[in-house]
Design a protein around this ligand. Sequence first.
Ligand SMILES: NC(=O)CC[C@H](N)C(=O)O
Length: 222
Amino acid sequence: MHAAVIVFPGSNCDRDLAVAFERAGARVSMVWHKDTDLPQGVDVVGVPGGFSYGDYLRCGAIAANSPICRSVIAHADKGGYVLGVCNGFQILTETGILPGALLRNAGLKYVCKPVGLRVATADSVFSHGYEAGRTITVPIAHHDGNYFADTATLDRLEGEDRVAFTYTDNPNGSARDIAGILSENRRVLGMMPHPERMSEPLQGGTDGAALFSGLMGALERA
Ligand SMILES: NC(=O)CC[C@H](N)C(=O)O
């Protein structure tokens, strides 16, 4: 599996995401935001967490209009896999690849702590390594993680089994406890919690590792 991890000015989880992909057996290319093309033959694009362009304007809004994001949108449009974590999820909603928006946390505070997540569906390359309904622990670190979408969109996400993860104890006011969602073709996942920060014992737990190993296994078989 060949993964590309996008690096924006202000990204701070790009190396962590690359290491998580590598630990699962992927070859990783780091791609700078000013590049216009993804490397040839990329299977999955990782859009990492952080504070792209300083979170000015709105988290993810400037990154969504960067040169490389045109190629990320084209990759998703032609059925490519994309994983957006935290600021990456914000960027994916800003590009329109995923529906909804991430608003300021309901408590108006930056929240940085491990949280419980329920695996809402195992029906995706990202979540099939988990049993549906299982609770895992993964850290969050954000001030704009409050998932918002209109009622029709939320109903549609739930009706189409596109909610990937929900919070067991909602830390930010997200609608319907949503922590991560899938695209219509189930090949794009955006999530606020950081599985790459819970993927090896030194990080205090390994509950995030199955996302990367599951993805790797599915793409190797494809
Ligand atoms: N860890 C992150 O990616 C942070 C995302 C974003 N800068 C926020 O605080 O909401």
